[in-house]
Design a protein around this ligand. Structure first.
Ligand code: SAM
Length: 349
């Protein structure tokens, strides 16, 4: 275990101070939730159930505020950004914003996570604006079930979005499936097969206890080891080196002939806190150092008090320094402490 560093070692004196937390993790990846609004109402994510209360527009950080934060973060060594939400593509003028992000010197890698509903329309523009990678959330390959999970009958539209993303040159296109026992676990084989037959990358994500409206419970949750057991008869899972773009996923190919890859993201059963390099900015402007910890810093209040860029940098560093060593969610669940209360639609996953 790395020794805990003292906060007094903080230095803000240079423009390029590196964001390192108290456990020697370098934080180089910022996730921005652009809005809590979404054109889907997924049963595990919709704010306060499907009739949830949304943030007022004035509660969201403006694009100008977001650009200030990103510039400050990049000046401290952040090089990778992910746009998420809610659904990032529903925010008005999102392409103007993305184009402005593309002009920030030092920001090497801008990615987006989307539900794909608007992707057919936006894929080309996203590519032209310099988005490097697209993740698409897809929890079912069955149109009727997709409609039940998301509250919207638009599987075909999402699928056209996926095809369009591939056609305009995004490679690989990654599909993320949140695995829920009794809801979509009978499709594990079909999703795995998709990663064999096509060059899509499929990643199975463990269902996390986030948000009051999440349907998470111990019966719905399925750990990655159980998911793998279900795939046993399909063929050998050949480990592949985790590429720079794979994030926390453990990656495999389903047999030597597989065109795509298959990944397992196991935040609960095999957590990856020791190599977490992320900081999140929620749609209401709170800095969140750990997805599964509700501690947040109110950056919006600071921004709206006409703060200096130096103060933004200090707030980013303080948030990074508040990053817990690990989320301890397994222990917290055993001790009946419950999951976290933040809403996924504001945090952005
Ligand atoms: N609207 C976009 C989308 O659907 O990809 C971005 C926002 S969504 C909150 C980001 C990711 O979080 C999605 O892949 C979603 O499936 C995942 N997610 C939401 N709630 C989750 C939970 N309780 N456990 C695991 N993943 C979750």
């Amino acid at each position: 275990m790395p020794a805990r560093k003292s906060v007094s070692s903080t230095t803000l004196s240079t423009e390029k101070s590196v964001l390192t937390d108290l456990f020697d993790r370098t934080i180089s990846y910022l996730r921005l939730s652009l809005t809590d609004r979404c054109n889907l109402k997924c049963l595990y994510c919709a704010p306060e159930g499907r009739k949830g209360k949304l943030l007022r527009h004035s509660d969201l950080l403006t694009y100008e505020e977001l650009l200030r934060v990103v510039r400050a973060a990049v000046s401290m060594g952040m090089s990778k950004l992910r746009l998420t939400g809610g659904e990032p593509l529903v925010r008005r003028d999102v392409m103007r914003f993305i184009n402005q992000l593309g002009e920030i010197n030092g920001l090497r890698d801008i990615r987006i996570t989307t539900n794909g509903v608007l992707l057919e329309r936006y894929a080309e523009g996203l590519r032209a604006a310099g988005i490097s990678k697209i993740n698409i959330s897809l929890d079912s390959l069955k149109p009727e079930r997709f409609a039940r999970i998301t509250g919207m009958d638009c599987f075909a539209q999402v699928w056209r979005g996926i095809e369009k993303a591939q056609a305009v040159g995004f490679a690989p296109v990654k599909l993320n499936m949140v695995v829920m026992r009794g809801i979509n676990d009978d499709e594990l084989v079909d999703f795995a097969q998709l990663s064999h037959d096509t060059d899509l990358h499929v990643r199975f994500i463990e269902f996390m206890p986030v948000g009051a409206s999440s349907r998470w419970n111990a019966d719905t949750y399925m750990c990655s080891d159980k998911i793998k057991e279900r795939l046993q008869d399909l063929g050998e899972l050949i480990p592949v080196h985790r590429g720079e773009t794979d994030g926390p996923a453990c990656m495999f190919r389903l047999g030597a002939e597989a065109k795509g890859k298959l990944g397992f993201i196991s935040p609960l059963s095999h957590h990856f806190c020791d190599r977490c390099n992320r900081l999140r900015l929620t749609s209401e402007g709170k800095l969140r150092a750990c997805l599964l910890h509700d501690t947040e810093t109110d950056l919006r209040a600071l921004l709206r008090q006409n703060c200096s860029d130096e103060e933004i940098r200090a707030a980013l560093l303080a948030a990074v320094r508040s990053k817990p060593q690990g989320h301890r969610m397994e222990e917290r669940l055993k001790e009946q402490e419950g999951g976290c209360h933040g809403r996924m639609s504001r945090i952005g996953g």
